[in-house]
Ligand binder design. Structure first.
Ligand SMILES: C[S@@+](CC[C@H](N)C(=O)[O-])C[C@H]1O[C@@H](n2cnc3c(N)ncnc32)[C@H](O)[C@@H]1O
Length: 340
């Protein structure tokens, strides 16, 4: 007789239906609709703007796996398992599981882990046809989320927020006295750019990032009290950068890129810095424990934990030589380079 146990175990291990169904519920806000009083498939589909028949199947499946209670009349109620999907739950995991936002969609890179294992590259482009950062920066569906993140960053600043991942060292440990200007290359929403110009009254900052990030950072700068010393420009760090600034900062950038790409980014900084400028690499080193965490990280970023020595080698390949090694921390390197 054939032993079905390993077959069944393997099929259960590899079943994509359950994660896809829970993610669909998170993306479509199904738990929120039920909590707000939509208790039938018809009403839930109407509020979620979804197809009735497939919504009905989804709800019946979610009831089967314990997220909802379904009575004889087809009325749904939340179980405790669905409560973390509620947007207003203080411990909500909805944002982590949505397919249509930055955090949730970044983990979908795991769908093409085979590609990451084969090439060492992130899986997102293999799964969806376009790299992650390009997608979230160019698709209009992500604009609202960038705006929310920018508003959150403003609120955190007002509340005295700190720079994450030991980025405060870039502001306090580097000697900015000899610099007048810098480019925050891949500066995201400008948290670091703003912190630098606020802490050093003589500094002028330029943030460079892709479309959605640069647009949102520009709006943040315009409403800040230091707007006259800031600008945000849209561009790619694989293309020539704004020239002639004193320092080109790469904060938490290189980890997202393969060695070849990282060398190109460093070259772009070296070219723009020319003879007098400096390149300040403040990369992150993610703490990673165990093979599962390694695979999750590697599916998203090619080099989550490069050492200072590895960064020096990349910089050397880009024609840069080390001029200062700052007090790095467990999660942040701090290295200054100049053209070799
Ligand atoms: C991990 S975030 C780092 C943000 C910021 N420097 C920090 O320290 O938190 C990477 C940033 O690089 C930007 N980025 C990705 N590809 C880019 C490209 N080709 N040119 C410019 N910016 C890019 C992303 O939009 C994102 O803001």
């Amino acid at each position: 007789m054939t032993d079905l146990a390993p077959f069944q175990q393997l099929m259960t291990m590899t079943d994509l239906l359950t994660p896809a169904a829970v993610r669909a519920a998170a993306t479509l806000g199904i738990a929120d609709h039920v909590a707000a009083g939509a208790t039938t498939a018809g009403e839930i589909a109407r509020r979620a703007g979804t197809k009735y028949d497939v919504t009905d199947s989804l709800l019946r499946y979610l009831a089967e796996i314990g997220l909802f209670l379904r009575d004889e009349a087809g009325t749904y109620a939340l179980t405790p398992l669905a409560e973390p999907l509620l947007s207003d739950n203080p411990r909500s995991v909805r944002a982590l599981l949505r397919n249509d936002n930055m955090t949730g969609s970044s983990t979908l890179a795991l769908l093409r882990l085979d590609h990451t294992v084969r090439t060492g590259e992130p899986g997102y482009a293999a799964a969806f046809g376009r790299p992650f950062w390009e997608t979230v920066n160019n698709d209009t569906e992500f604009v609202a989320e960038w705006q929310e993140h920018a508003a959150l960053a403003d609120r955190e600043h007002v509340a005295g927020g700190r720079l994450g991942w030991d980025a405060g060292a870039i502001v306090t440990e580097y000697d900015w006295s000899g610099a007048r200007s810098f480019v925050d290359v891949g500066g995201h929403l400008g948290v670091l750019t703003l912190a630098l110009v606020r802490a050093h009254a003589h500094l002028h900052g330029t943030l460079l990032d892709l479309h959605n990030a640069a647009a949102e950072a520009g709006r943040r700068f315009a409403r800040s009290e230091v707007a006259d010393r800031l600008q945000a420009v849209e561009g790619s760090f694989f293309e020539p950068l704004p020239e002639g600034r004193d320092v080109y900062v790469l904060s938490a950038i290189l980890a997202d890129w393969t060695d070849d790409d990282a060398i190109l980014i460093l070259k772009r900084c070296r070219e723009a810095a020319a003879d007098h400028g400096r390149v300040l690499v403040a990369d992150i080193a993610m703490p990673i424990n165990g093979p599962g965490a390694e695979l999750q990280m590697r599916s998203m970023m090619p080099a989550p934990a490069r050492s200072a020595e590895q960064i020096e080698q990349l910089a050397a390949a880009a024609g840069l030589r080390l001029t200062w090694r700052g007090p790095g921390t467990a999660v942040r390197t701090l290295l200054e380079f100049t053209a070799a």
